[in-house]
Design a protein around this ligand. Structure first.
Ligand code: ADP
Ligand code: ADP
Length: 225
C-alpha cells in the first residue's frame, strides 16, 4: 500500500523539459533517497511535490489526496534545504515557531511544540540564541526542527548535509535517521553523495537526466552482477 504515489509527472521550464513521466510509489514511514548527478532534476521533483513550482501534468497522491491543486501550505509537507535560510533577526525559537504562527496556532501550544521540536534535534538549550551564534550544523538542526514542528505528513530533505563538514555530516545523518524512525515519518532525501544514500535509506531511487532509472534497497542496487 503506497502512501505517496507519483503518476506521470511532467515538468518543463519554458521549452526545457526537466522530466517527463516520473512514476513512483513510497510507503508510509519509508525513507527514500533520490540519488543522481547534479542537474538531473532531483530538486525540481521535490519542489513539485512541495508545490513550490507548478507541474505540467500528472498526479501526486499523498494519502488519498491529489496534492497538485493544493497550495504549499495545504499540503502538510515539511522541507529542509541545503541553505537553511533562517531568519537572522529572529531567535531560534521564533524561527521554529514561524510556521505555527502562520497557522495561527495558539501561543501555549506553539511554545510546547517548539520546545519539543528543539529537544528532538538536541537544541533545547538554544531557544533564545540567534542564528549567527550557531554553527552551520546547528543552523541545519534548527531548520529541521522548523519543518518538524508543523507535524508534516511527508518530509523532503534537499541536500541538507552538503554544506557541512564531514564529521558533522555523519552525526546529523544519524540524527535525521533516528528522528525519522521515531516519528515513522515518510521521507524523501535528495543527495548526489552515494555514501549518504547507501547508509541512510530504506530504498534508493537512482535518477538520471530527468528519469528514475532504477530503484531498490542498497544491497539489491549495488550487488547486482
Ligand atoms: P538537481 O537537483 O538534480 O541538481 P535541478 O532539479 O536543480 O537538479 O535542475 C534540473 C535542471 O533544471 C537543470 O538543468 C537546471 O538548470 C534546471 N532548472 C532548475 N531550476 C530552474 C528554473 N527555475 N528555471 C529554469 N531551469 C531550471
Ligand atoms: P516574542 O518576542 O514574540 O514574545 P519569544 O521569544 O517570547 O517571542 O517566543 C517564545 C516562543 O513563542 C517562540 O517559539 C515564538 O516564536 C513563539 N511565539 C511568539 N509569538 C507567538 C504567537 N503570536 N503565536 C504563536 N507563537 C508565538
Amino acid at each position: 500500500m503506497s502512501f505517496l504515489s507519483i503518476q506521470n509527472l511532467h515538468k518543463s521550464y519554458g521549452d526545457t523539459r526537466i522530466f517527463s513521466d516520473i512514476n513512483c510509489e513510497i510507503a508510509q514511514g519509508e525513507f527514500v533517497t533520490l540519488l543522481g548527478p547534479s542537474g538531473c532534476g532531483k530538486s525540481t521533483l521535490l519542489r513539485c511535490i512541495a508545490g513550490l513550482t507548478g507541474v505540467d501534468g500528472g498526479q501526486i497522491i499523498l494519502g488519498d489526496q491529489d496534492l497538485v491543486p493544493l497550495t504549499p501550505q495545504k499540503r502538510g509537507i515539511g522541507m529542509v534545504f541545503q541553505s537553511y535560510a533562517l531568519f537572522p533577526n529572529m531567535t531560534v525559537a521564533q524561527n521554529v515557531a514561524f510556521g505555527l504562527r502562520m497557522q495561527k496556532v495558539a501561543r501555549a501550544e506553539s511554545d510546547k511544540r517548539v520546545q519539543e521540536a528543539l529537544d528532538m534535534v538536541e537544541l533545547g538549550e538554544f531557544a533564545t540564541r540567534y542564528p549567527h551564534q550557531l554553527s552551520g550544523g546547528q543552523c541545519q538542526r534548527v531548520a529541521l526542527a522548523r519543518s518538524l514542528v508543523t507535524r508534516p505528513r511527508l518530509l523532503l530533505l534537499d541536500e541538507p548535509l552538503s554544506a557541512l563538514d564531514a564529521r558533522i555530516r555523519k552525526h546529523l545523518r544519524e540524527q535525521i535517521r533516528a528522528i525519522q524512525q521515531e516519528l515513522n515519518l515518510t521521507t524523501i532525501f535528495v543527495t548526489h553523495d552515494q555514501e549518504e544514500a547507501l547508509t541512510m535509506s530504506d530504498r534508493i531511487f537512482l535518477m538520471n537526466a530527468g528519469k528514475i532509472v532504477q530503484s531498490g534497497d542498497a544491497e539489491t542496487l549495488y550487488t547486482a552482477p
